[in-house]
Design a binder for this molecule. Structure first.
Ligand code: FAD
Length: 391
């Protein structure tokens, strides 16, 4: 008799039900048309970690120079949202609150202006539609901001979504297409061996699969070791409720980057107006291991700085702080590919500040890999850590 409460035999086992694991599950189920038995194993509940409260910005023009190694993937992924939003709504019934109204990065000093103008110069070669807006025009667009700026970079095709709804929509659509989710099951004492991985044993059960995909976010380094060096980078966001009678409640839709707070510990500040009537003000960045307690002095600095530029914010009801762990890597690029020396253990992690933006393309790439044997982009392979890990 088995010592487990159940044993599962699958084609693919995805470990981790954040936005990345759920996207991979969805694209695999959709593209395989029910021919694969797919399971997703989650230690907690679906989307409970980093994917639950991220700002959800789809910031390509606003954040990437075209020479950045992620630029092409980020652009393709951002543009997938246009079709994905109605598709996910139709299958899952969940509205991901996709908004495509642009993102604006404002410069408040010469250094910031130079950086934005030089990004724009590079971007001109690839028709993103970005433009530099003069200070007076900026004031017309965002009349509630009161600090004199040096203008800003306007990226018209960027946008934002609700991160928690996106994760929910992927997971519910995947379930409609036959994927099984196993929540509240854990296995923390895993050691990746060489060759073929036969099974994963949790506190409750045993899973055997032909292929395993680790989409375990910030915990990936802990589980898989030095060849997948993903570590948590803590981030905090503040939530404010927009009063119902605020004149710009229904017209302000574009997130705004407001530069950085003054030294000694600068924090990059942005504000995202959400469709549910909240403003999200982010975000801190700290290396504190898996500690998710609030750093009050950092959130105070952030809120003070945002209110200097947007004074009315200080009068809006404060609804709390959200803390999440971004899956960071030493080169700030995701890790996508086969774990070295294994034959069936894949990594899909390390999406750092861009996991919401990159979720669709990650799901699509893994579906193409598994179903059509199309290789993943080699520059993101865990092979790049091989020497470091052995040495
Ligand atoms: C403050 C903040 C703001 C952000 N803003 C943006 C933004 O505007 N745009 C954007 O694109 N990105 C943003 N991000 C980044 C984004 O949130 C992440 O990149 C993304 O959520 C990572 O998704 P994931 O699925 O890899 O990780 P997670 O969401 O962390 O999911 C990993 C899952 O794996 C599970 N797991 C771990 N170990 C095990 C195990 N042994 N067994 C079973 N399950 C396990 C965990 O419980 C978890 O549910 C932000 C992040 C933060 C913190």
């Amino acid at each position: 008799m088995s010592e487990y409460s159940y044993e599962k035999k699958l084609d693919i086992l995805i470990i981790g039900a954040g936005v990345i694991g759920c996207s991979i599950a969805y694209f695999l189920a959709k593209e395989s048309q029910g021919k694969l038995k797919i399971g997703v194993l989650e230690r907690n509940t679906i989307g409970e970690e980093s994917s639950s409260g991220a700002a959800g910005m789809l910031a390509v023009g606003a954040e990437f120079n075209p020479s950045h190694p992620l630029f092409t993937l980020a652009l393709e992924s951002r543009d997938m949202f246009e079709a994905l939003a109605p598709e996910l709504k139709q299958i899952s019934g969940v509205d991901i609150q996709y908004v495509k109204h642009g993102i604006c990065s404002i410069a408040y000093d010469q250094k910031e202006e130079d950086a934005l103008r030089s990004r724009l110069e590079e971007q001109k070669l690839c028709s993103l539609g970005c433009e530099y807006i003069a200070p007076e025009n900026l004031q017309q667009r965002f009349p509630f901001l009161n600090r004199r700026s040096l203008g800003g970079l306007w990226s018209p095709n960027d946008g934002h979504v609700s991160s928690s709804r996106l994760t929910l929509a992927f997971s519910q659509a995947a379930q409609k297409l036959g994927v099984q989710f196993f929540e509240m099951e854990s296995f923390d004492a895993f050691k990746p061996g060489k060759g073929v991985l036969n099974c994963v044993e949790t506190n409750l059960s045993k899973f055997s699969a032909h292929q395993y995909i680790f989409a375990t976010g910030s915990w990936t380094g802990k589980l898989l070791g030095g060849q997948a060096p993903v570590e948590p980078v803590k981030g905090q966001i503040l939530l404010f409720e927009i009063p119902k009678n605020w004149p710009y409640l229904n017209s302000w839709r574009a997130p705004i980057y407001l530069g950085t707070t003054p030294t000694p510990s600068p924090i990059g500040c942005y504000m995202v107006p959400k469709l549910d009537g909240h403003i999200w003000v982010g975000a801190t960045m700290e290396h504190r291991g898996f500690d998710k307690s609030e750093n009050k002095s950092a959130t105070e600095t952030l809120s003070r700085y945002a209110a200097e530029i947007f004074p009315e914010l200080a009068t809006f009801p404060f609804k709390g702080t959200w803390v999440g762990l971004r899956p960071g890597t030493p080169d700030q690029l995701p890790i996508l590919g086969l774990l070295p020396e294994t034959e069936n253990v894949y990594v899909a992690s390390g999406h750092f500040r861009n996991g919401i933006l990159l979720a669709p393309i990650t799901g699509k790439l893994f579906a193409e890999l598994i179903l059509k044997e199309e290789p993943l982009p080699p520059q993101f392979s865990p092979e790049r850590w091989k020497t470091t890990a052995i040495g």
